[in-house]
Design a protein. Sequence first.
Length: 196
Amino acid sequence: MRFWLAWMASLCLAAETVAYLIEPGRGDRFALKVEKTGLMSGKKHLFLFERCRGRLHYDAAAPERSSGELVVESASIACKDTWVKPKELVKIQRAAVEDMLAAQLYPEVIFRSTGAMRKPEGGCEVRGNLTIRDRTMPVAVAVFPETGRGGELRFRGHAVVRLRDYGLKPPSTLLGAIGTKNEVRLGFVVTARPQR
């Protein structure tokens, strides 16, 4: 009888949801890749968000029962292009902060999960709502969890977001001869630490 009680208790513990905090760690990154069109087709802008935080309730035995929220500070976006001139880099940076994200009015980009599903090829598809400039749209994110040291979890993932879904017009120059694709790709590596 004791064996069965111990076994049942271990099952309950294994299925327990653990609370984590998401904070920037070494090697973490939250990137946005924006492809050019027209005369600059093949070029990409690379933006990194330098400040983000979040909370996660994670069930390793049943990831579909997990939930989380990630908050990215809009003003922390930094253009990392190496193929543009320094003056152009300043203009791109300003356009990203002031025009596209309007960081003073909308200081946060927020993702809140609404569900998850394991994928046969590995990882999970996490569904949720992404809010940019006070407009919220559903989005699916491919997420791949990894176990780290000291109970940490690392999550790698990616998603595709359409600018026009958020009322954002992809910028163009030279009377439209150089533009930006409507679809942009988000990629991230974040660390979640057990909440003490």
